[in-house]
Design a protein around this ligand. Sequence first.
Ligand SMILES: [Zn+2]
Length: 256
Amino acid sequence: MQTNMRQAKERKKNIRKSYLFILLLVCAVAAAYVVVNIIDNQTSYHPPNISGPEAIPQNAQSNSSGNGKGYANENEWYLILVNKWNPIEANSNIEVIELSNGERVDERIYPYLQEMFDAARKDGIYPIVASGYRTEEEQTRIYNEKLSAYMADGLSYEEAKNETEFWVAVPGSSEHQFGLAVDINADGVHSTDYEVYDWLANNAHLYGFITRYPFGKTHLTGVENEPWHYRYVGINAATEIYNQGICLEEYLGKVN
Ligand SMILES: [Zn+2]
């Protein structure tokens, strides 16, 4: 009996020891966890939690700037349509660059224009930019001069106006005011105008330029054929327009 009681006491002691041990172990683990956490917070940078996909609005993910949507994106700066039915926006922000002869173009088309002229010269053709960027005032002056000349020839105001608008864009609707168009002629020494027009008709698309007012498209462009007037639209659009024999209005599906 005495032995049994001693054994029972012994067992109780052991159990108490075990509880104590477990308690110490739990305390030690908790202490270690706290210490590690403090060190971790002091030494490592935790970025704010905004990088998960849930932080990006749905429409922001699908609205990436036209990538993978093909090239007929009319919102691209080089595909914006300017004609008498789609006049230019008044405060378009145009950065122009001056050419050696004083003419100016939108600086974004300059490298392609230079490349095209270099290629022409390699083929023995010598083009010049006869007219590039024009301000509203310059376009107005050109328009009025043409109008006056027709009236001096005996046309009525209405007749002169109609005739003028076949050749000169109404101020506000000229691609020249946009800086993306150039009138290209020959230097008059090494090439004739028609040699230049011929070369351009066959090669300009390779550099992103199109003949903007082709034959047979006056009803769509609103302008008579002008073999000297070239417009930058980018190489993809220019190649497509060239291959299909269409005008910019048709390419963009904006036919009046
Ligand atoms: Zn022109």
